[in-house]
Design a protein around this ligand. Structure first.
Ligand code: NAP
Length: 337
């Protein structure tokens, strides 16, 4: 067993896009778990858009020069709690580090599902899938045959949204993404009926061409110009689920979208946002819904898996630039053992 542990720390606040210079890796002795805790070697890490928000000087944000938080899957290598045995696989929030000491109260032993890869607990079965599932079933209250427009359609939440929506009986699926290759993936693999690259022109024109009869429901992961276009495309009694605003996380001074507010009244629209952290109780229902479909092959997890803890920061920065398709996940070589 290795004797040292490494943690990624944020060393400076970015203005605009972060770079590797905003981070440092520190090395220290492997901790000895205190009574009531377990020591884990982390095998999979999630890096997420909300980490970019936490890099700013905001309440609840990352402290500088301190270990960071993030979802991670670890294997127990030393346990001082009856709740965990060596070899157990545990989901927790002490990410961005090779090893973590956790209590059972702040972590959870992962269930094993035959034929379902462990990484899926960070994608379709994790916070990403839960966000998509809650957005569709709790916030949008998806109706059979609802026509959808999904922004950020090729990312983790966007791909999960379309795959779940299809299984839940949605109508036409229209998505936007940031490259021709992503558009091809949406149409060829994920099950979208129409898709466009949002760099190809004004979002309102691209969406009008992709959804000439409008849509009933918008699942918005990006905000900005695409949100304004989405509101214009909604039919009467349409709903907008606000999931995220990634188009603005790195460009805080970008002009606000030109939303046509009378549309919201005249078309009787409803817009609602949510935080998945307030819907943890839906996790078991997500398992019941998604696991049989994963096992039958009716549902596929879209993931970009990057190997090696040393590539965690580059993977995070790459995700902010759109280099991922599906959920971005970092994997330690020990995950294969
Ligand atoms: P993701 O979509 O897998 O990755 C981020 C994607 O954002 C990139 O791949 C990139 O794809 C896109 N992007 C980057 N800059 C953009 C811009 N200026 N305009 C449009 N798209 C841009 O990440 P995710 O984890 O699934 O998260 C998606 C959204 O959901 C984020 O806004 C996140 O904050 C939000 N979220 C919210 C909750 C919640 O509880 N409400 C939970 C999870 C995630 P392109 O190549 O297509 O540009």
């Amino acid at each position: 067993m290795t004797e040292t542990a490494r943690t990624v720390q944020q060393t400076a606040r970015p203005h605009g896009f972060p770079t590797p210079a905003h981070f440092a890796v520190t090395e220290h002795d492997l901790p000895t778990p205190a009574p009531g805790t377990a020591l884990l070697e982390n095998l999979y890490w999630s890096v997420d858009p909300y980490h970019r928000e936490m890099m700013d000087d905001v309440p609840g944000g990352f402290d500088l020069n301190a270990p960071l938080e993030g979802r991670s899957i670890g294997r127990v290598i030393d346990s001082r709690t009856p709740a965990y045995r060596e070899g157990d696989l545990v989901l927790h929030r002490h990410g961005w580090r090779t090893h973590a000491t956790v209590t059972p109260a702040e972590s959870r032993k992962l269930p094993h599902f035959d034929g379902v890869p462990l990484s899926t607990h960070l994608s379709l079965l994790g916070g990403t899938g839960l966000t998509a599932y809650v957005g569709l079933t709790r916030i949008a209250r998806l109706q059979p045959s609802d026509d959808l427009f999904v922004t950020g359609a090729a990312g983790g939440v966007g791909t999960a949204t379309a795959r779940f929506a299809r299984l839940l009986g949605a109508g036409r699926l229209v998505g936007s993404a940031g490259s021709p290759a992503k558009v091809a993936h949406l149409l060829g693999s994920v099950g979208y009926d129409a898709a466009f690259d949002y760099h190809d022109g004004p979002a309102a024109e691209l969406l009008a061409a992709a959804a000439p009869d409008g849509v009933d429901l918008v699942i918005d992961n990006v905000g900005g110009e695409q949100l304004a276009a989405a509101i214009a495309s909604l039919r009467e009694f349409g709903r907008i689920v606000r999931i995220g605003t990634i188009s603005q996380y790195n460009t805080p001074e970008a002009p606000a979208p030109r939303i046509h507010y009378p549309d919201i009244v005249e078309k009787s629209l409803r817009m609602e946002g949510f935080l998945v952290s307030n819907y943890r109780e839906v996790q078991e229902e997500l398992y019941e819904f998604a696991v049989p479909h994963l096992q039958s092959g009716a549902l596929t997890a879209d993931e970009t898996v990057v190997d090696g803890f040393d590539n965690l920061v580059p993977a995070f920065l790459g995700m902010l630039r759109g280099e991922n398709t599906g959920k971005i996940i970092i994997r330690d070589p020990a995950a294969a053992r």
